[in-house]
Design a binder for this molecule. Structure first.
Ligand code: HEC
Length: 120
């Protein structure tokens, strides 16, 4: 599980979270978004990986049949598919919002199944 989280889910989610947003520096405010087709293709790859990792989480050996676990895994797939639609439409605002929704799925599951991860 740790391996899957650290090596599959986390890098895929980072790829989405880091693709869009606003950066504040001494020089001012910059909006960050994929601009070339290649950059969009990389974000799309990460969204696909994240959607597939939802399927990996649902495997019986990982879910132990827990309905809550399956619900969170399905939510991850649903949000990743929303991200894919936003990516196909090159809609950076929507992608930013969905990035937040993805984060909520991660924390919801951790609250239930990995309490040791919540920081004070
Ligand atoms: C279906 C439940 C579930 C979902 C959804 C989920 N996680 Fe996790 N995650 C876990 C569990 C359980 C652990 C604890 C694994 C362990 O250490 O045994 C964990 C641990 C982690 C860890 C810490 C690994 C370590 O021990 O160092 C990271 C990082 C992580 N998850 C990232 C994510 C990200 C990013 C997302 C969302 C994109 C996500 N997780 C979604 C269940 C989930």
């Amino acid at each position: 599980m740790k391996d899957l989280m650290l090596n599959v889910l986390d890098p895929a989610a980072d790829g989405i979270w880091e693709s869009v947003g606003t950066i504040f520096t001494a020089e001012g405010r910059f909006d960050k978004a994929p601009s070339t087709d290649d950059e969009w293709a990389v974000v799309r790859m990460h969204a696909l990986q994240l959607a597939e990792s939802g399927n990996l989480l649902m495997l019986p050996a990982r879910s132990s049949g827990s309905p809550e676990w399956i619900k969170e895994s399905q939510a991850l797939i649903d949000q990743s598919n929303r991200a894919l639609k936003a990516i196909e439409a090159k809609n950076t605002d929507a992608l930013f919002t969905i990035g937040g929704d993805i984060y909520d799925v991660c924390t919801n599951c951790h609250k239930q199944f990995a309490q040791q991860l919540s920081r004070p």
